[in-house]
Ligand binder design. Structure first.
Ligand code: GLC
Ligand code: CA
Length: 572
């Protein structure tokens, strides 16, 4: 009998790969470390702190964009893909940073932002000049439809996704800000340009790419309307998983990645499980893994993220399990609670007040013991929290500022409501300066930072945690060490226990005869958990836990936000 394709993928996916065994650390350069006192993080600042990352134990850095950019969306609007933004440093400084990372055994992944460019990119400057400009077709231009925008798509950052340009009396598409026009991937010249540029960076020695909103690059030619949301526009995700996206990614694989030892992760907003199996298929014809966002919607109000609703743990378990089981043996998961677009996880899913430390460690345990490659967002390893922003003038992020204007302007929310939602959900919660020490400006800079420092830096900072054995930082170190030590953490299969329990997240990992049991209490109540029948107390050892004096019992007692990882056959 001919072996089914899925079966073959399964075999290959249990194959060992370094990128499955790695832990990735995301750096948002503007807020990581400022080396020259101008209040803006920079490349030399990163180089200075590589030993810190080495000590944490991560294998790969994902660097958010450092390219030339007017900064409308903090670097996600690129005007030159082969130049470094002056504020961040020079190309020589980049090369030095890359070399210093490699010397420490740390790989570097670049952010590849190619769904769109900046409107200041020379391609767009040309494109908008005339209908017959050679660069016209690099972008997506359409005439008005009945005197209005060509369709009802909304921008991710409020308003329509179309901007009228009177030079040629046409609209261009921008799924993000109007300073981020969408590239036309159906034009082979655009794809050639992107592949050349990627090869250029790989030849320089970078180790892979995180691909920004890569699920959006292929638009249906008829650009159909979508279902309107609370502001009257369809979601920017409307074009997700378009007709040619897999074809383009396979072409990219052939023209750029094949034969190179890289790590690739696609940011796939709007991705479904079935689509993810194609993007991240184990035969490595497209990407190594994807970021999916379903679990980031557990506390949304329907399709509207602006709310302060708390999640129901059962929804989170259901979603995580769907992805854990759905990709098992077929594709590979990436695991994250945080990134530069999300608020701080300890404030969102944990308790950043009386159980700050316990809940930060619990969340780390729950995520790092799942199957997939874990991503740590800068400061997450310290349990950095959401920020007590004052009024709207404290925010820097265009998404937050535009949403505030639009939704208060339309009367959807009052200014007070909207501020409450922003304090809970704004991307700026993740973008305040990294808290290095209890010195002025949290040791991030000698000058005033571009965005406020979280006032809790005197308590929450790296210096304090690196010196304290039971800190969140040291707990992350230990989780990373465990991953390196036990294959089961990387390759074991995942199975959920107690799907309907509203407070405990319990699951097992299994590899051959070996088994791990992970039990996480997501709330402030003390809870009991009965050890499964096939677990013998005498052969059960604690691998890691977030309370000092935990003892395995047949009836486990889990204190507020307690997390334990038990290993079967241990101590034999
Ligand atoms: C991605 C980035 C986000 C950015 C957007 C547009 O979602 O993560 O920060 O604003 O794409 O590039
Ligand atoms: Ca600087």
């Amino acid at each position: 009998m001919v072996e089914s394709v899925e079966k073959k993928w399964w075999k290959e996916s249990v194959e060992k790969k370094w990128w499955k065994e790695s832990v990735v650390y995301q750096i948002y350069p503007r807020s990581f470390k400022d080396s020259n006192g101008d209040g803006i993080g920079d490349l030399n600042g990163i180089t200075e702190k590589l030993d810190y990352l080495k000590e944490l134990g991560v294998d790969v850095i994902w660097l958010s964009p450092v390219y030339q950019s007017p900064g409308d969306d903090n670097g996600y609007d690129i005007s030159d893909y082969r130049a470094i933004l002056e504020e961040f440093g020079t190309m020589e400084e980049f090369d030095r940073m890359l070399q210093a990372a490699h010397e420490r055994g740390i790989r570097l992944v670049m952010d590849l932002v190619v769904n769109h460019t900046s409107d200041e990119h020379p391609w767009f400057v040309e494109s908008r000049k005339s209908k017959d400009n050679p660069y016209r077709n690099y972008y997506i231009w359409r005439p008005a439809k009945e005197g209005k925008e060509p369709n009802n798509w909304g921008s991710c950052f409020s308003g329509s996704a179309w901007e009228y340009d009177d030079t040629t009396d046409m609209y261009y598409l921008h799924l993000f800000s109007k300073k981020q026009p969408d590239l036309n991937w159906d034009n082979p010249r655009v794809r050639d340009e992107v592949y050349d540029m990627m090869n250029w960076w790989l030849d320089k020695g970078v180790d892979g790419f995180r691909m920004d909103v890569i699920s959006l690059i292929s638009k249906k030619p008829e650009l159909p309307d979508g279902k309107p949301g609370i502001n009257g526009y369809a979601s920017f995700n409307e074009p997700a998983n378009g007709p040619h996206v897999h074809e383009y990614l396979q072409e990219m694989r052939r023209r750029v990645l094949e034969g190179r030892d890289t790590i690739t992760v696609g940011e796939c907003s709007g991705v479904t499980l079935e689509e993810a199996k194609k993007y991240a298929r184990s035969d490595e014809k497209e990407l190594n893994m994807v970021f999916q966002f379903e679990h980031m919607d557990v506390d949304a109000d329907g399709t509207n993220k602006w709310s302060d609703k708390k999640m129901d743990l059962r929804d989170l378990k259901h979603i995580m399990t769907k992805w854990q089981k759905g990709l098992e043996g077929i594709a590979w998961n990436s695991l994250f609670w945080e990134n530069h677009d999300q608020p701080r996880s300890v404030s969102r899913f944990g308790n950043d007040a009386e159980y700050w430390e316990e809940s930060a460690k619990m969340l780390a345990t729950c995520l790092h013991m799942m199957q997939g490659t874990p991503y740590i967002y800068q400061g997450e390893e310290l349990g950095m929290t959401n920020v007590p922003f004052g009024d709207i003038s404290d925010f820097r992020d265009l998404d937050s500022i535009n949403a505030y204007r639009e939704l208060t302007g339309q009367g959807v929310f009052t200014p007070e409501e909207m501020l409450r939602y922003l304090r809970y959900k704004s991307r700026d919660n993740a973008r305040t300066p990294f808290q290095w020490s209890d010195e002025k400006y949290a040791g991030f800079s000698s000058g005033e930072p571009w965005i406020m420092v979280n006032p809790n830096y005197k308590k929450i900072n790296a210096r304090e945690q690196m010196m304290r054995e039971d800190s969140i930082f040291c707990y992350y170190q230990k989780l990373i060490r465990i991953r390196k030590q036990y294959d089961i953490v990387v390759y074991g299969t995942y199975d959920l226990l107690l799907p309907e329990d509203p407070e405990l997240y319990a699951y097992t990992r299994t590899l051959g005869e070996e088994q791990l049991l992970i039990v996480c209490n997501f709330y402030g109540n003390t809870r009991m958990f009965t050890l499964p029948d096939n677990w013998e107390l005498g052969k059960t050892e604690l691998m890691i836990g977030n309370y000092k004096d935990f003892k395995p019992e047949k009836e486990l007692v889990l204190r507020p936000y307690e997390a334990v990882v038990l290993r079967k056959n241990g101590g034999k």
